[in-house]
Design a protein around this ligand. Structure first.
Ligand code: F6R
Length: 605
C-alpha cells in the first residue's frame, strides 16, 4: 500500500505534495511526510496519523523548495511512528516507497558491515542507505540509484531526492504502479494519475522494472536491462468532481447514492446494440470448459455470487478462490479455462500474482476492473471495465454492484454462446437488468428507515447475516461491510449451515439479519429463520412485500425491498446491506471513509 508523490515544479512544492497526498490517502493513513530540496538543502517533515497532522505541522514548521517528494503510509515494517514515517533519509538521499523490499535483511546486514547506521525498523530506510553507500563510493546520483535499484528484490514504487540537486528526481517501479505526469517545464510522479490530476492530465505509466531519471525539462526512462525506452504519454481524463463529497457527509454515502447512475452507465456501455457488446477482442464461451475466478474481499464475494449465475445460466463449471490462497495453492489450470480476475483498484498484489500464475496456463485471461490503466488491466488479454467511477471510501460499495452487473452480463453471454438461452430469454433477462437502477433508487429512499434499524444494530457486539443461494455470498458481504467500518464482529453464513455450529452463538443480544427475497428458496430460509427465533434470536428480515406478508410477523424488524427478478436480487439487496453498515458506523461514530487499520488499494501481499 502507501501512496507516493514527487514534484519538480516551478511553484512551492509543499502545498502541491499535500494536495496530491490527500488524493492518495485511500492507500493508507498511518503517517504522512514530505521532503523538499530548497537552494540545494534537503529537509523533511513527518507526522503520525492522518494527513491533517502533517498539514498542521507544516503551518508551524513550513518547508520551502520547488522540488519535493511525499508519502502517505500504511505500515508494514515498523510501528506507525515518526521515526518510521517516510520520507526516509540517509545522508544526502531521501526516499519515499510503496511496497516491500523482501531482501532488506540481507542488505541491512551488508550495509551494517560497511559501517552504515540504521535509525528505523523499516525496509525502506535500506534503500536510502544503499544509495548513500553507492554515493560514498564516488558514484553519481544516477549511477548510485541505478545500482541500488538493481539490488532490490520485492515490490516497489519509489522516488528519490538528493541534497544539492534542485532539479533531479529518480523514480522506479517493480510490482507497484507509478505514473509520471508532464507539465510545462515541470514533472511529477505519483502512485496514480488521480493524485496528479490538479497538476496535469498528461501521464506516462512506467512499466514493470522501469526506472526514470527526471529533470524539469527532461524525462529519461530505462527498462530493467538499462535500455532507453519510449513509454507513451496518455491524456487521462479524471473528473475532479468524483473526488469531492458532493454534499454528502461521507464518500461512502455519496458512493452508495451514486449506484443507480453508475450502474446505468455500465449497462449503457455494454448494451449498445441489440445484445451484449464486449469491448476488445471477442470472447466465445464455447472455447472454455471451466471458469477460474480469483479476487479478494468484496470483489471475491462478487465472484461467488457470479458462480451461481454462471453455473445456473450457462452450465459452466466455476472455481472461485481468494487470491492470497490461490497463488500458493498451485492449482492445476486446465487448458480450456478462462481465468477471470476481479478487482476495483486493479492493483491488489495477491490478485495480480494470481493472474501471473495463470499466464501461459489458462487459455484466456480477462479482468473485470474499475481502474482501466491498472496493472491487472494491463496484464490481461481482455479488460472489462465496471465503470463505477472513482471510489474513495475504503469500503467498496458502488464497485461491488457494478462488478455484479458486469459479471451478470458475462454469465448471460456465456449462456447465450453455449446455446442455453435463446434470443427471447436473453432479452427478458436484459429487460430485468435494465430495471435495476430504478429499483436501487426505490431502495435508496429507505435510507432513513434503515438508519433507525441500524441504531440498535450498532449497539450489538456480534451480528449474524444469513442468506441462501446467491444471497449467501451477499450475507458475507453484508458482514464484511459492517465489521470493516463499524468494528462490530459480524459473520455471514449460508442459512442452512447455521444449525451445524454457528446457531450456538444465537441469543437475544445477537441481531440476525436474514436476506431473503421471496424466491424458490424463501421457504427454506424462513425455516432457518424460525430456528433462530425459537432460540430467542432477534431477526431483521430483509425481503420484499410478499416475503414480509408471509414471514414478517414475528420478526424483530422487517425491511421491505421492491420486487426484483430472483437472479438479480444480490445486486438490489447489496444496497440495504451497505446502508445498514453505513448507518451503524455513523451511529457508533467511527471513521466511515477511512476505518482503522485498512487501506483501499492493497499492494502488499
Ligand atoms: C471491502 C473492500 C476490500 C476490497 C479488496 C479487494 O469493502 O473494499 O475487501 O474489495 O481489498 O480490492 P480490489 O477490488 O481493489 O482488488
Amino acid at each position: 500500500m502507501c501512496g507516493i508523490v514527487g514534484v519538480l515544479g516551478n511553484h512551492e512544492a509543499a502545498p502541491l505534495l499535500v494536495e496530491a497526498l490527500k488524493r492518495l490517502e485511500y492507500r493508507g493513513y498511518d503517517s504522512a511526510g514530505i521532503a523538499t530540496v530548497n537552494d540545494g538543502a534537503l529537509d523533511r517533515r513527518r507526522a503520525v496519523g492522518k494527513l491533517v497532522n502533517l498539514s498542521d505541522l507544516l503551518v508551524h514548521e513550513p518547508l520551502a523548495g520547488k522540488a519535493g517528494i511525499g508519502h502517505t503510509r500504511w505500515a508494514t515494517h515498523g510501528a506507525p511512528n515518526v521515526a518510521n514515517a517516510h520520507p526516509h533519509r540517509a545522508g544526502p538521499v531521501a526516499v519515499v516507497h510503496n511496497g516491500i523490499i523482501e531482501n532488506f535483511r540481507e542488505l541491512r546486514a551488508e550495509l551494517a558491515r560497511a559501517g552504515l547506521h540504521f535509525e528505523t525498523e523499516t525496509d525502506t530506510e535500506t534503500i536510502a542507505l544503499l544509495v548513500q553507500h553507492m554515493l560514498n563510493q564516488g558514484m553519481t546520483p544516477r549511477d548510485a540509484a541505478s545500482a541500488a535499484i538493481g539490488r532490490l528484490e520485492g515490490a516497489f514504487a519509489l522516488a528519490l531526492l538528493f541534497d544539492g540537486e534542485d532539479d533531479l528526481m529518480i523514480a522506479a517501479r517493480k510490482g507497484s504502479p507509478l505514473a509520471i505526469g508532464h507539465g510545462k517545464g515541470e514533472v511529477f510522479v505519483g502512485s496514480d494519475a488521480m493524485a496528479l490530476a490538479p497538476m496535469t492530465d498528461q501521464i506516462t505509466y512506467l512499466e514493470e522494472g522501469d526506472w526514470a531519471y527526471l529533470t524539469r525539462e527532461h524525462v529519461e526512462i530505462r527498462d530493467a536491462s538499462g535500455t532507453l525506452v519510449n513509454r507513451p504519454v496518455q491524456t487521462v481524463n479524471i473528473d475532479l468532481a468524483q473526488v469531492e463529497k458532493g454534499g454528502h457527509r461521507h464518500f461512502m454515502a455519496k458512493e452508495i447514492a451514486e449506484q443507480p447512475t453508475v450502474l446505468g452507465d455500465a449497462l449503457a456501455h455494454y448494451l449498445r446494440g441489440e445484445g451484449i457488446e464486449l469491448p476488445g477482442p471477442g470472447l466465445d464461451f464455447n472455447d472454455f470448459d471451466r471458469l477460474v475466478m480469483v479476487a479478494c474481499g468484496t470483489a471475491n464475494y462478487a465472484c461467488v455470487v457470479a458462480k451461481y449465475w454462471f453455473e445456473q445460466l450457462a452450465g459452466i463449471s466455476v472455481e472461485v478462490d481468494i487470491a492470497s490462497e490461490f497463488r500458493y495453492r498451485e492449482p492445476p489450470i486446465p487448458p480450456r479455462s478462462l481465468a477471470l480476475f476481479v478487482s476495483q483498484s486493479g492493483e491488489t498484489a495477491d490478485t495480480l500474482a494470481a493472474l501471473r500464475y495463470c499466464e501461459g496456463k489458462a487459455q484466456r485471461i480477462a479482468a473485470v476492473v474499475n481502474v482501466t490503466e491498472s496493472s491487472i488491466a494491463r496484464e490481461s488479454d481482455l479488460v472489462l471495465p465496471i465503470r463505477a467511477g472513482t471510489e474513495i471510501g475504503v469500503a467498496s460499495t458502488k464497485a461491488f454492484t457494478c462488478q455484479l452487473t458486469v459479471l451478470f452480463l458475462l454469465a448471460l453471454k456465456a449462456a447465450h454462446d453455449r446455446g442455453r438461452l435463446d434470443g427471447e430469454e436473453l432479452d427478458a433477462h436484459l429487460t430485468a437488468l435494465r430495471r435495476i437502477p430504478g429499483l436501487l433508487n426505490t431502495a435508496l429512499a429507505q435510507s432513513d428507515q434503515i438508519a433507525t434499524v441500524a441504531k440498535p444494530v450498532s449497539e450489538a457486539r456480534d451480528v449474524l447475516f444469513l442468506g441462501r443461494g446467491a444471497m449467501f455470498p451477499l450475507a458475507m458481504e453484508g458482514a464484511l461491510k459492517l465489521k470493516e467500518i463499524s468494528y462490530i464482529h459480524a459473520e455471514g453464513y449460508a442459512s442452512g449451515e447455521l444449525k451445524h455450529g454457528p446457531i450456538a452463538l444465537v441469543d437475544k443480544t445477537v441481531p440476525v439479519i436474514v436476506m431473503a427475497p421471496s424466491d424458490h428458496l424463501f421457504d427454506k430460509t424462513v425455516s432457518n429463520m424460525q430456528e433462530v427465533m425459537a432460540r430467542g434470536g432477534k431477526v431483521l428480515l430483509i425481503t420484499d412485500a410478499r416475503g414480509a406478508k408471509a414471514a414478517g410477523e414475528d420478526c424483530w424488524k422487517v425491511l421491505v425491498m421492491p420486487e426484483v427478478a430472483a437472479l438479480l436480487a444480490p445486486i438490489l439487496y447489496a444496497l440495504p446491506a451497505q446502508l445498514l453498515a453505513y448507518h451503524a458506523a455513523v451511529a457508533k461514530g467511527t471513521d466511515v471513509d477511512q476505518p482503522r487499520n485498512l487501506a483501499k488499494s492493497v499492494t502488499v501481499e
